[in-house]
Write a protein that binds this ligand. Structure first.
Ligand SMILES: *Cc1c(COP(=O)(O)O)cnc(C)c1O
Length: 365
């Protein structure tokens, strides 16, 4: 067994009442309400990681010169805790592949010149928060969205990696991600903006990437689209991903295709879908795919289905693409059969149904 940090426990003295919580859980939305507690761990150059606590959720006091406010040294993760019910009716709680989040968090940390946190401590921190706030996990469709993050907390305006960081985990009960249910989404292709370049931070889960994507997302909204698709920065030709989701194409030979890693975020949902598809004998290729080729393939019927994926939304089918030069539908604009079956298999796995051949369900005591 790996030795993990010990978390001091300071329970909230004013937790939300059971009645108020029940009301919130009836329709939590996404990312608007939070649980009673948070986990914090401090890192300093002198002491390394120390002062691990599970404590009442409260604002941070940060200095106006705090490094993160100026130079954006900040990374995060997104994961969920689920109420599970196995095929034989046994109930429990589970995380999904939390060590994948821990490993990715550390890759992001390295890219942003921040300290890494031992994977077992990352997972222990998440588990500790779920344990104390488990009453906040919604029943049914919902789940408890977990947001581990780390930021530079040094009051210093010189440009170099900070000497102090705070790692924190907060939790937010969530319902369905897309308003209007599992309706296929409309995706806008940005012709003016890109999210990542070779050698940049595209593969790191950092707040800065999101800041840079918001103007394009706003443009998508103006075009009556739900999401924005980014093309590569060098040639503005190759499909990369959305602001916060990876993309897959289902071809008419039954195979699945997705852009290769490099400048995109290595999604855990992406990786899981590739494995689940291969388990079922489906060919999965990672290859560069130009937007022009995609449009021609969608119009000819070679592309049958398109879906986007990530922890928050799981899998959403794409019904229509729009860009400055026009618009086109994918298939008949409805959710395709493979998209549907992969979604059901993945959601089922997360919620305790079906076999778990790769040991992805991380059950909680
Ligand atoms: C988090 C994220 C994803 C999805 O990753 P998952 O591990 O599947 O949740 C995709 N793209 C970007 C840019 C992201 O930040």
């Amino acid at each position: 067994m790996t030795q993990t940090m010990t978390f001091a426990l300071n329970r909230s003295v004013s937790p939300v009442s059971e009645a108020d919580r029940a009301q919130v859980l009836a329709d939590p939305g996404f990312g608007r309400v939070f649980t009673d507690h948070m986990v914090t761990i401090t890192w300093t150059k002198e002491l390394g990681w120390h002062d691990a606590q599970v404590r009442a959720r409260a604002p941070f006091q940060i200095d106006p010169a705090c490094a993160v406010l100026h130079y954006a040294q900040e990374i995060f993760e997104g994961m969920k805790a689920y109420r599970t019910e196995s095929d034989d009716g046994a109930k429990g709680l589970a995380l999904f592949r939390p060590y994948e989040n821990a490993a990715r968090f550390n890759s992001s940390a390295e890219r942003m010149a921040m300290p890494t946190l031992p994977e077992a401590d990352f997972v222990a921190a998440v588990e500790a928060l779920v344990e104390i706030d488990k009453e906040w996990i919604p029943q049914g469709e919902g789940s408890l969205y977990l947001r581990p993050f780390m930021f530079a907390d040094e009051a210093f305006l010189g440009v170099r990696p900070a000497h102090k960081y705070i790692f924190c985990v907060i939790a937010s009960p969530v319902g369905a991600y897309f308003k209007g249910g599992a309706k296929p989404v409309k995706v806008w292709v940005s012709s003016d903006y890109t999210r990542a370049a070779q050698g940049g931070t595209g593969a790191a889960k950092c707040g800065g990437n999101y800041a840079a994507s918001l103007i394009a997302q706003a443009e998508a909204s103006r075009q009556d689209c739900d999401q924005v698709l980014f093309l590569d920065a060098a040639e503005h030709k190759w499909i990369e991903e959305l602001g916060g989701m990876n993309i897959f194409f289902v071809l008419d030979d039954g195979s699945l295709m997705t852009p290769p890693l490099g400048t995109i975020l290595p999604g855990i949902t992406r990786k899981s879908i590739m494995q689940l598809a291969r388990d079922e004998g489906i060919t999965v290729t990672e290859r560069k795919y130009s937007f022009d080729e995609f449009e021609a393939d969608a119009r000819s019927g070679r592309v049958r289905e398109v879906f986007v994926c990530g922890t928050a939304a799981v899998i959403a089918s794409v019904g229509e693409m729009r860009h400055a030069g026009g618009a086109f539908a994918i298939g008949n604009g409805e959710t395709g059969a493979l998209t549907e079956s992969l979604r059901n298999r993945l959601v089922g796995l997360q919620k305790g149904k079906g076999s778990d051949p790769h040991g992805w369900r991380h059950t909680l005591g």
